[in-house]
Design a protein around this ligand. Structure first.
Ligand code: F6P
Length: 316
């Protein structure tokens, strides 16, 4: 904990106090806090599901909501009453939904339960949130004012940035999010890599880049969940996550608006970088909700190095 809020207090700093001391705009900090609280309801839903995934019928023969849909309902319903959210865009919906009166400040994007197919394995999964002003159809750099993610693992943690650094909180037994690490800063270079997609589908350029990492001694650390995979780069203070362009899917797999923009905002605020191989992720304009993009995200050295391997000619 460097020069920070805990230096001035003798007790745990909870999320609301942290945001207040950090000077986060009042409406924004209320919204972030409300979303963090929804993480508790979502985790309860995961627990209730008893690791059953989706699409099953209950004893009355009724189709039950998938966990993803359940998490989406929690977010949408609660945000409707927040008083701060005009529109809600979710990976679970095909269009932006007007949930406010129309004059509220923020638009919220959500990947309500990323990696939910890992629920049965009891690996960590997460919720990813972006908070925008004005519109989502623009470059993330112009619209994002805050981002956060919640990790449901052995512990529930919440990482947020409102443009004043990146901070991690742990949900304690009293149900409070308590500051565990303030102003997280990535090292210039890490030692782990998380490569998405299959070798056979990688382009020769990407393969060479991965070989460079392997030959340089990077350790493979891939869980298959974007939230825990990014979280380990952040908490270990460096390394790389990538889901590249694939031969038969040149835009890769991950969604720009729901997954990549919020994580790029958080990683940049921790001194890291995120690129599609050619442009910063936050400089890629969003033109459609489900837009996908290749991604290389993590510490500065690994992300900058990508440019030595990829070729503009191959860019779609
Ligand atoms: O987008 C959903 C997701 O599960 C991410 O959380 C994760 O990074 C990625 O897909 C994993 O994809 P794959 O199963 O192809 O490795």
């Amino acid at each position: 904990m460097g020069e920070g809020i805990n230096d001035y207090t003798q007790f745990c700093v909870d999320l609301r106090r942290h945001m207040w001391l950090a000077g986060v705009d009042q409406e924004l900090r209320r919204l972030i806090w409300q979303i963090a609280v929804m993480g508790k309801y979502i985790s309860a839903k995961i627990y209730e599901s008893n690791r059953k995934l989706a699409g099953f019928k209950n004893i009355y023969g009724e189709e039950q909501l998938t966990l993803d849909r359940g998490a989406d309902e929690i977010l949408k319903n609660q945000l409707q009453y927040s008083g701060f959210v005009r529109d809600y865009a979710s990976e679970e919906q095909d269009s932006v939904m007007r949930i406010g009166k129309g004059d509220e400040k923020f638009i919220v994007t959500a990947d309500p339960l990323d990696g939910s197919s890992l629920v049965d394995t009891n690996l960590s999964i997460g919720t990813i949130i972006g908070i925008h002003k004005d519109s989502v159809f623009d470059e993330g750099r112009n619209t994002l004012v805050a981002a956060l993610y919640i990790t449901y693992g052995p512990l529930i943690t919440m990482v947020y940035s409102a443009g004043k650094g990146t901070h991690e909180f742990v949900l304690n037994r009293e149900g409070e999010y308590v500051l565990s690490e303030e102003n997280i800063v990535l090292k210039d270079k890490g030692s782990i890599y998380s490569p998405g997609g299959m070798h056979k589908d990688w382009t020769p350029e990407h393969l060479q880049y991965i070989e460079f990492l392997e030959n340089s001694g990077y350790k493979l650390r891939y869980s298959g969940g974007f939230v825990p995979d990014i979280n380990q780069v952040l908490i270990k203070k460096g390394g790389l996550f990538t889901y590249p362009a694939l031969k038969n899917s040149p835009r890769g797999k991950l969604r720009l608006l729901f997954e990549l923009q919020p994580m790029s905002f958080i990683i940049e605020q921790a001194g890291g970088r995120a690129t599609d191989g050619y442009r910063d992720i936050l400089s890629v304009p969003v033109t459609e909700l489900g837009q996908r993009s290749p991604v290389y995200i993590g510490s500065r050295f690994e992300v900058d190095k990508v440019k030595d391997y990829l070729k503009w000619d191959n860019f779609l």
